[in-house]
Design a protein around this ligand. Structure first.
Ligand code: ZN
Length: 66
């Protein structure tokens, strides 16, 4: 069995990982503020109580897409 060498991520990979982390952080921030992470609009209280990170409009369009 060949051992896989653990290599350090390249600067480019690191930048991508950081950008991804920033995206996740931004989405979490919006959700905490009761805002839709897709469009930034206010999430209706009833949906926010259910833990929905999406507003009514985005939930509807997400359903249509899938
Ligand atoms: Zn939305």
């Amino acid at each position: 069995m060949r051992m896989q060498l653990k290599r350090r991520p390249s600067a480019r990979e690191e930048g991508r990982i950081r950008a991804r982390a920033a995206e996740v952080e931004e989405a979490l921030r919006l959700t905490r503020e009761g805002r839709c992470y897709a469009c930034g609009e206010h999430v209706e209280a009833a949906l926010a109580e259910l833990g929905s990170p999406l507003c009514h409009d985005c939930r509807c369009s997400a359903r249509q897409l899938s």
